[in-house]
Design a protein around this ligand. Sequence first.
Ligand SMILES: Nc1ncnc2c1ncn2[C@@H]1O[C@H](COP(=O)(O)OP(=O)(O)OP(=O)(O)O)[C@@H](O)[C@H]1O
Length: 326
Amino acid sequence: QRKLNRLKQQNFKQNGGVLLREQLSKHEEYGEIAKIFTLEELKKATNNYHESRILGRGGQGTVYKGLLPDGRSVAIKKSLIGNQSQVQPFINEVIVLSQINHRNVVKLLGCCLETQVPLLVYEYVRNGTLFDYLHNATHTSIISWEARLKIAIEAAEALSYLHSAASPPIIHRDVKLTNILLDENYNAKVSDFGASRLIPSNKEQVTTLVQGTLGYLDPEYFHSSQLTEKSDVYSFGVVLIELLTGLKAVSFERPEHERNLSLYFVSVMKEELLLDIVDGRVLNDKNIKQLKEVATLARRCVRLKGKERPTMKEVASELQGLRAIE
Ligand SMILES: Nc1ncnc2c1ncn2[C@@H]1O[C@H](COP(=O)(O)OP(=O)(O)OP(=O)(O)O)[C@@H](O)[C@H]1O
């Protein structure tokens, strides 16, 4: 028992627990601080990480459903990587997220540092990912255009909030359908800030290792490694294109020139053949104007030059404005 306790303490220190505690206490005045969970609490909550509790697996680890003693459901993220070089990004994620409070951003409740690999505890979001909702839908339950537009507006507002309302600004870096979750009322909640970094307030751009997902990655960022908010705008443009077309961002089942959805979309727009590519299951006389406007907006989001793309704030308000037209 004593040995076990010593191991927990050692893990806690190695995982940056002291640093985190220090950082959290600095922010205490703002309220709503992340909680540091014990190993015991999370073991109990997940029935010892029982296989039946697995919600999904991502590139960085496994996500379990947990039940806290107070009756709240949580999602517990167990990272794959447990080496020292990952400690800083992990602590970053905790500090970044614990200060964020927005109805369309998944809330980080806390973390556990007593395991070799740190665990993150998020609010549980009931209805899965937008990817499953859009692409794995059965033919009887296709998401309507209105629902797609609503989700797009909410995700855009979340990103706009991260870019402009938070100080210093936060770049998500991995905007994609599997990182947009849906709650019990199908409200969008943006998740997974594993790759996010705070932008130093005195600098406009940050040079970092290129991270992101195939099909969503901003080509300008890919070539220059200069990360700005406009990289999120590019990825969000790809999300809009998926909502418009019902097609996946990348698919090797499509012919070569159609594999990358954003490139395919741009060539279709150029030839003014938009109606060939929009999702025929949702298109009708009433929404055709809205769909066309969203397509034009998406086109601007995926411009090669970041400077020519709109800001997330502009995207959010343009989408809002579009909702009014019929
Ligand atoms: N807060 C949550 N509530 C409910 N389910 C969640 C929550 N967070 C994640 N999940 C589920 O766990 C899965 C894995 O999530 P995770 O963020 O680790 O990976 P990903 O986004 O699919 O991929 P990547 O790690 O490459 O970003 C998600 O696809 C989702 O189904």
